[in-house]
Design a protein around this ligand. Structure first.
Ligand SMILES: [Zn+2]
Length: 677
């Protein structure tokens, strides 16, 4: 992935000290200009001292984070353009497809605050009451296995179809944890929550107690229920994988635990795992992949009569959290306040932007079809496809030239590259949404029921894939997304139409802008096929070791040099970057830039200074301190200013283009430079 993604609850942070006060120790070569209240100053630093800040000086001086938002960057600027186009689709009465009807109806309901305020909490109350009415463990099992109940996110595990790792042409069913409100299981296991998690928990507590009171509980009850939720989370976190483990290369093997249904039944003596799986429709799968067997032990220890009230509290609270943004103005306002407390934003985004984001979140696919049909240019798609073929050609040369690899591993890497599936702009065929519908407010419907219908539609669609072959024409991204992806399970790069604009791509730009922009994005995604995770999958997407032992050792050594270098960089006073966390994305950045630089070398009269500046513009970024701390702790992507400075530092042409010399802030001695590819 080229950009980080942040879910509603995957957020938060706190740093109690001022960042740019007198920090002790040696003066860092670069300051973290990603943070919003960094004083930009009147004068730009020299290119050779802090390239990122120098190139982006004007932009950084002027960039303002808008109300209710946590960041401004090249991605958000491009997203504004996409949003403006999509807002026209909401009003376009000439659109008459079923997809348009769904999108416009849902959008209309989101904007209908009068009806929403009239209904208040009413839409979610029946869901809460059903959980509240549970009297004993039999009742709890009956609730969880009731296939007519959409549960609104209140299950005790997650389930879904995914490609089988042994044979990626087949679908299998994966069983995973539901995730934790404080994201990282390690936080729950620590003797004491970190200041970062404490602050998030305080914001969660306040928000949850308010929601429960509005749902009819008194304050005392609400507080007790919230404590119950935390006890459940503590238990589920006890043996769950922490973020460090999830993001380590070893996780790829650790999460692949094939089980038959009988084995699952045996492994889950208390919790009716297979009965719930049956009720959800996944029961006929030939096999299952249990991602975290130890976590299942915790779930079984939890599923006992003495914990019944806590489990009910957990389910009720998750139901309320998953619907707060679909209720009345007051409840939506609390969701905004909670987001602000966690992420350091202030105020709320405008109603029309909120509605746009909600439609994108819940009906992203049908919306994507409307977007692509109206705004995606087939000529751009063709040009980018052609361009990708050129990038792949250079990448092939690069792999052939990797003398640290044995010939056999090198050849296998090239085979993997030659089998790469390339998806650009929008899919050739579209999903069928004709089976999805929900009632408008005028017909007695509401947003909660609409979202329940969408979730049910998606589950049934997923269930149909059980025991089938993987359909590789399927897209992993929506066309309007301003992002890009690599998928190891089908060895594909996915470049949606959304990212084909703004700072990333302009049809009028020169070779330098093309390579420094979308070229870099493409090179980054291709490199994911050969990063610490992707390199564990073969050309068909199977989880197979195609490396000799010596080559893997050499790979690990080169990787370690990269993560070690990142870990030396101070990103806030007293805080170093987490080199292990960002390693896979750092490898993708370095490989991507290395590849497009090689293409530039072959272009007559190529202006490297222009190229590196275009590249630095990609990563211009300002965000709240809280969002930055979250990124440092939880995000696999290096910080934006490091994505510029660290990467260009490794490229010889950068030194000549800007006259960088020993002693300059950007200088790194040749023997200290890092690269995997
Ligand atoms: Zn990436």
């Amino acid at each position: 992935m080229i950009r980080s993604w942040t879910g509603v609850f995957k957020c938060a942070a706190l740093l109690a000290v001022a960042f740019f006060g007198a920090a002790g120790g040696a003066e860092a070569a670069w300051v973290n200009s990603d943070i919003a209240d960094f004083p930009a100053g009147a004068k730009a630093p020299a290119y050779h001292d802090d390239f990122h800040r120098s190139v982006n000086h004007d932009w950084l001086s002027k960039a303002k984070i808008r109300k209710g938002e946590v960041r401004i960057d090249s991605f958000s600027e491009r997203s504004d353009e996409v949003e403006a186009q999509i807002k026209k689709l909401f009003k376009d009465r000439s659109l008459n497809s079923h997809e348009a009807a769904l999108v416009q109806k849902f959008h209309g309901m989101l904007r209908d605050w009068k009806s929403r305020d009239r209904l208040g909490m009413e839409p979610v109350i029946p869901y809460v009451k059903r959980i509240e009415a549970i009297k004993d463990m039999e009742g709890l099992t009956a609730y969880l296995t009731d296939s007519r109940d959409p549960h609104l996110g209140s299950q005790l595990f997650d389930i879904g179809v995914m490609a089988d790792r042994r044979d990626a042409t087949n679908n299998t069913v994966a069983i995973a944890t539901t995730g934790l409100l404080l994201t990282d299981a390690d936080e729950y296991r620590a003797k004491e929550l970190s200041p970062y998690a404490k602050r998030r928990k305080a914001a969660n507590d306040e928000y949850i107690v308010k929601l429960l009171q509005k749902a009819g509980y008194d304050r005392k009850q609400a507080e007790t229920m919230n404590e119950g939720l935390f006890r459940v989370e503590n238990k589920l976190a006890e043996r769950a994988m922490g973020l460090k483990e999830i993001y380590s290369p070893a996780a790829q093997a650790a999460i692949y635990n094939v089980r038959t249904k009988e084995q699952l039944t045996k492994a889950s003596a208390n919790f009716p795992l297979t009965a719930v799986i049956d009720s959800l429709g996944y029961g006929d799968s030939r096999e299952f992949v249990l991602m975290e067997p130890k976590w299942l032990n915790s779930l079984n220890e939890l599923y006992r009569p003495e914990n019944l009230e806590d489990i009910k509290s957990y389910l009720i609270i998750r139901t309320l959290l998953s619907t707060a943004n679909l209720l009345d103005r007051e409840t939506r306002g609390w969701a905004v306040e909670h987001g602000n407390a966690v992420m350091g934003s202030s105020g709320a985004i405008p109603d029309d932007k909120y509605a746009y984001e909600m439609v994108s979140a819940y009906l992203g696919e049908p919306l994507g079809r409307l977007y692509a049909e109206k705004y995606a240019d087939p000529k751009t798609k063709a040009r980018i496809e052609e361009f990708i073929a050129k990038v792949v050609g250079y990448y092939r040369n690069m792999l052939h030239g990797e003398s640290w690899l044995s010939e056999s591993t090198r050849n296998k890497a090239v085979t993997k590259l030659d089998n790469l599936t390339v998806r650009v702009a929008y899919p050739d065929k579209w999903e069928d949404f004709s089976a999805l519908d929900f009632k408008d407010t005028k017909e007695g419907g509401n947003l909660v029921e609409a979202v329940a219908a969408i979730a049910d539609f998606e589950r049934l669609r997923d269930v149909k894939l059980v025991n089938t072959k993987v359909d590789r024409s399927k897209w992993l991204a929506d066309p309007q997304e301003v992002n890009a992806y690599y998928s190891p399970s089908d060895n594909s790069i996915n470049i949606p139409a959304g990212i084909l604009g703004g700072a990333f791509y302009s049809p009028k730009g020169g070779e330098e802008e093309l390579l420094g922009g979308i070229g870099m994005v493409i090179g980054h995604e291709i490199t994911h096929a050969f990063d610490t995770n992707g390199s564990q999958f073969d050309e068909n997407g199977n989880f197979v070791n195609w490396w000799t032992e010596a080559d893997r050792k050499a790979f690990d050594k080169r990787s370690k040099k990269i993560s070690d270098y990142f870990s030396t960089l101070e990103v806030m006073p007293g805080v170093k970057a987490d080199g292990e966390l960002v390693l896979s994305e750092a490898i993708a950045d370095l490989g991507g830039l290395s590849c497009v630089t090689a293409i530039g070398r072959g272009v007559p009269g190529f202006d490297f200074s222009k190229f590196f500046k275009a590249y630095a513009r990609l990563w211009r970024n300002r965000k709240t301190k809280e969002a930055e701390e979250q990124r440092i702790k939880e995000d696999v992507h290096p910080l934006s200013y490091l994505r510029t400075n660290v990467n260009v530092q490794q490229i010889p042409e950068f030194y000549t283009a800007f006259g960088v010399k020993p002693g300059d802030g950007m200088y790194l001695a040749p023997e200290e430079r890092v690269a995997l590819w």
